[in-house]
Design a protein around this ligand. Sequence first.
Ligand SMILES: [Zn+2]
Length: 380
Amino acid sequence: MHQAKDRFLLKRLVLAGCGVALTAAAALSISLLSGGASAASEKICLTGSLHFDYRSAESGPEKPWQTRPVRNANVELWGREGALGSARKLNTQALFTDVANGGFKACYTPERSRAMDMMWVRVSAESSRLWKVTNGKGATFTWNSPIQTAVSASRSLGTRRPRSGDMRAWHAFDTGNELWWKRGNPKSNCWSARETDDNECTELTMQWVSSAPSGTVYDPQHNTVHLTGDAPDSEHTVLHESAHFLQHRLFGGWFPQVTRCIRHWVDKASSETCAWTEAFADSAAAYVLGDYRYVGPNGIPISFAHGPTYDDGDTVQGNVGGSLLDLWRNVDGGTWNRTIALLSTHNISTFREYFTLRPTAHLVTDDKARQILRNHTINY
Ligand SMILES: [Zn+2]
């Protein structure tokens, strides 16, 4: 978007999976109770919460620091019962950080003794297998709690924070919730109703590389949003790029042949295909966040209201994005869900095609709808 490059990346990426290796310090060994079977084992839980600090581009160019819980992230409990075995993942059911406060609670009942040699909690910047944030090497960002040793009763770990250098990854991850919650798919947990098996959803990968100038690209070949530098400071930017993925999934893996789109601006003419796909991403971000603008990573907003700097017509993404938002909010009952359903059943290359197809999704194209478009200099 804007000053950032935003084009489809075709180069092949090598994603090497690697986990965080923890070196376990020698721990106190726990003396086993003789005839351990007679000792009633009790459940041991580690509780706490994970919050992250972030710079908020949505709050203005000074980007003040704010704090928020990490919501909906995968939680694992790791550890070992005896001093000699190797640590392993202990939980068998999926656990997530709490949506309200980033809280976690992970429990395990020792099998042979009354205590665990060591235990710790791992939170990943991934939610189920629906979206995740990886580093430049393709490893998912994780936070590991301090290792607890000789754990014979439940412990509270308090409110914790990820490494300061990882905060932007957690901000991007948490922002992913906002789009997933509003994806408008009544058929499955997947991003698109074209995918109906909850175990086979296409996952969105956001790859964030800190040591690069601010930039954003969606790579459809790998379902990957690339974010560099301070790009995650802007939730509009994270959501805009993620919405390219969403539209790609709504179209079932198809995407329009987009022209004249290597550089494009909200208020300037590009092409019908560029304006349509970029406007969908712009308006998705604004719809999800409940506003009427795009905010770049520098904290500078631009409104979708047609203004003096704007070019005219449906090759301008701001004109199309403003029209989409106005239709959803003022004609379509305050929701984009029927538009989402329309995109889940038709492959659409331009806004004109979309508008023409609206009646098939029981959406109007009457005088009121056309007047909304005229307010954005689009005359159909
Ligand atoms: Zn874009």
